[in-house]
Design a protein around this ligand. Structure first.
Ligand code: GLN
Length: 483
């Protein structure tokens, strides 16, 4: 049963082959048995899951239907869940039980999804390896000595190991697409404003976006359908109708114009990944797509711009964690300043502290123009490059990451080495564009992802291309040994 996709589960439930309660029990047992190897969950919500599963079964018995009704999922542990610990992977929020549900959580619950638990993540979503979590590193099911990617690494590892069919993630600079690539999943970062950020603990507000992680594009369509939509509680949510994503999967790719940026294939890209990307291009050509070389000339400035803007916004967002209202408070503070300093010094891990310092520096008087303002200008140039490219092509294709997964600890002493892994993903966040990563093959037994980018609100186009590709390839069906 654990091999079923969301689409198959929906059919099985509709045909009464099994109940949501049965399925939920099977998956909870599987998590109890296998997750100790992976560490992909921070909290399990067995009681809630069984209550939701029974309620979904009752709704189906009453004649209700729906692709998510009774479907088991999990949430990255930065989506607020009422009465349930919402830790953001941090000691700072280890004792925090959210007083309300995030919009995404509430919407999926209303659609009948069953929450099995909260997944592990890099602390405050900062990272590309899922090693900065207060709850310990997550392991990659393809090789337990390797990282699963981050920051939605817990969601990715759990889905890849078939502990559950799909999970939510968030993507500020690649945190859905990069772990999807490193664990052989399909992951989608929607257009900025497509999915509500209300109740999603902020890392960098102008870049953060929630989205689905699943094994197939078909399943990403189902989960995204439940997450997307206007939310008056989020001032950056966009009031744009949500199309039927599952209906968009079957379009023909005949004449689809694919742009391949020449800058993507420079030094730094593992040549074995380049080969796999070229194979995926050939596959799409067979389906009728037309390939064209394009240029994104400002791409080289993306990492420095992102690593100014994201920490700047983080330093502001994280100032609310001061030991006063909620979260960790140090023991026996001698005065208010001591309370602030020690609560933050003890509550935040080293990567979070590093980013707060970088961000506060970039925003401080005298440096604001030189760093933050400059980075914002680069951001506009990057967006302009994409707008020009999308005048000529329908989607942009390239690698999701320059390298496959690396060994646990391999990049710990050099944060910049990890930052460089984001080179292909962060431009979509800087421009607010939707992006998808899907399985494209293996290097030394480790999965490789191909990334597709589309114009604003063209999530359906990304899912369409990915689904057609998955009908003609089988990379996404490969299962890690032992799971
Ligand atoms: N790796 C990037 C960072 O550390 C992206 C993280 C994310 O998308 N949340 O900032």
């Amino acid at each position: 049963m654990h091999q079923l996709t969301l689409a198959e589960i929906a059919r099985g439930l509709a045909d009464k082959k099994f109940s949501s309660e049965e399925l939920t029990k099977v998956l909870l047992a599987r998590i109890a048995q296998l997750d100790p190897q992976l560490n992909s969950f921070i909290s399990l919500t067995e009681d809630l899951a069984l209550t939701q599963a029974k309620a979904a079964d009752a709704r189906r018995a009453n004649g209700e239907s729906g692709a998510l009704l009774g479907a088991p999922i999990a949430h990255k542990d930065l989506f607020c869940t009422q009465g349930i610990r919402t830790s953001c992977g941090s000691k700072m929020l280890d004792n925090f039980k959210a007083p309300y549900d995030a919009t995404v959580v509430a919407k999926l619950a209303a659609a009948g999804a069953v929450t099995l638990g909260k997944t592990n993540m890099d602390e405050f979503a900062m990272g590309s390896a899922n090693e900065s979590s207060y709850y310990g590193a997550v392991k990659n099911p393809w090789n337990l000595e390797y990282v699963p990617g981050g920051s939605s690494g817990g969601s990715a590892a759990a889905v890849a190991a078939r502990l559950l069919p799909a999970a939510t993630g968030t993507d500020t600079g690649g945190s859905i697409r990069q772990p999807a690539a490193l664990t052989n999943l399909t992951g989608l970062k929607p257009t900025y404003g497509r999915v509500s950020r209300w109740g999603m603990i902020a890392y960098a507000s102008s870049l953060d976006q929630g989205g689905p992680l699943a094994r197939t594009a078909e399943d990403c369509a189902i989960l995204l359908q439940g997450m997307a939509g206007f939310d008056p509680n989020d001032s950056t949510s966009i009031d744009e109708p949500v199309p039927d994503y599952s209906a968009s999967l079957n379009g023909s790719l005949q004449g689809l114009r694919i742009g391949v940026p020449k800058e993507y294939f420079g030094a730094g890209l593992d040549p074995r990944i380049a080969d796999l990307i070229h194979n995926s291009i050939k596959e799409l050509e067979k389906l009728g797509a037309v390939v064209k070389e394009i240029s994104l000339p400002n791409m080289q400035h993306a990492i420095p711009a992102y690593y100014v803007i994201a920490p700047a916004e983080a330093s502001s967002n994280l100032s609310r964690f001061d030991g006063v209202r909620f979260g960790y408070r140090c023991e026996n503070p001698v005065n208010l300043m001591d309370l602030y300093k020690r609560s933050r010094g003890e509550g935040f891990g080293p990567e979070v502290q590093r980013r707060i310092m970088v961000g506060a520096y970039a925003l401080s008087a005298g440096y604001y123009d030189a760093y933050y303002l400059k980075a914002q200008k680069i951001r506009r140039l990057i967006k302009n490059d994409f707008m020009a490219a999308f005048n000529e092509v329908d989607i942009i294709l390239g690698p999701t990451t320059p390298n496959p997964a690396w060994k646990l600890g391999a990049k710990n002493s050099d944060p910049v080495a990890a930052y460089l892994e984001d080179v292909y993903t962060i431009t979509a966040n800087l421009a607010g564009l939707p992006g998808l990563s899907m399985p494209a093959g293996f290097v030394d037994g480790l999965p490789v992802g191909v990334q597709l980018l589309a114009p604003y609100f063209q999530e359906g186009r990304l899912l369409n291309v990915a689904h057609q590709y998955q009908l003609h390839t089988d990379w996404h069906t490969r299962t890690p040994q032992g799971f």
